[in-house]
Write a protein that binds this ligand. Structure first.
Ligand code: ADP
Ligand code: MG
Length: 250
């Protein structure tokens, strides 16, 4: 089955001083995939997806999204093209309610036209926001002040905010960090549901989540792609096992 390209990087690099956090990465993502990115701490995973979202500028190389070179576009322009990203570090408005947080995200996706904002009522925004929150299992917590949520629920709120952007590509950076076992099970269902309308790129440490969700896995190590393949291929890969052995003992 020929897969349509959603995102493509060529020679993508980001240096911090002398450190090559992302080093000459050629990466291809097909439309409709669930792809996991794994790799040891410090491998460059968060930096890599930050280059996709526009949070960081590349030192070299290109990012193409649906055939368009987006390398020099700022993050908010990439959001409008359909790239949504949730940070590894919780990034919510703690003094606002769950519904308000998701509404801000839903609102931000609206592209102002020359007459000002597209004609969308506040009620429509809230409806969409409530729907995104419900998808993440936060439907009963719409009026809860976000700062008082348990950490795991704050992470889910972030994902709801990403979802409210109606992305073509949703990038999640360690979304299951801090979730309980039952929340992780629920989260897997959520990702499958999100995948009905969006491609999902997931940085994930929990191997059970990776193996049960991802169709393909990309392994980053020292800023480069060490291996790529199906879950079965990756778990049999000697180089991957070697890169991971040190960390598995943590
Ligand atoms: P991962 O997400 O795989 O754990 P990161 O992308 O966060 O890895 O980091 C890759 C490397 O780049 C690390 O050595 C990290 O210290 C470094 N790094 C990341 N962000 C910055 C930054 N803003 N300034 C300097 N160094 C950074
Ligand atoms: Mg990271």
């Amino acid at each position: 089955m020929a897969e349509l390209s959603l995102l493509k990087t060529r020679g993508l690099s980001r240096h911090f001083g002398g450190l090559k956090a992302v080093d000459d990465v050629d990466f291809d993502l097909g439309q409709g995939e669930i792809r996991a990115i794994i790799g040891p701490n410090g491998a460059g995973k968060s930096t890599f997806v930050s280059l996709l979202s526009g949070r960081y500028k590349a030192s070299a190389g290109t990012v193409e999204f649906l055939g368009q070179d987006v390398s020099s576009l700022p993050a908010f322009r990439r959001v409008r093209l359909g790239i949504a990203y949730t940070f590894q570090i919780t990034n919510i408005y703690t003094a606002m309610t769950v519904l308000e947080n998701v509404s801000v995200a839903a609102q931000s996706r609206l592209k102002p036209n020359i007459f000002g904002h597209r004609h969308v009522t506040e009620a429509t925004i809230e409806e969409e926001a409530a729907k995104a929150a419900a998808t993440l299992g936060l439907g009963d917590m719409l009026d809860v002040v976000a700062g008082t949520l348990a950490y795991g629920h704050q992470r889910l709120l972030e994902v709801a905010m990403g979802l409210a952007l109606e992305p073509k590509l949703l990038i999640l950076d360690e979304p299951t960090q801090g979730l309980s076992d039952s929340e992780i099970e629920n989260f897997k269902d959520v990702v499958r549901k999100i995948n009905e309308t969006a491609t999902v790129l997931l940085i994930e440490h929990n191997m059970d989540v990776v193996m049960s969700l991802a169709e393909r896995i990309t392994v980053l190590d020292r800023g480069q792609i060490l291996a790529e393949g199906t879950p079965a291929e990756i778990s049999d890969n000697r180089a991957v096992q070697a890169a991971y052995l040190g960390e598995a003992a943590e």
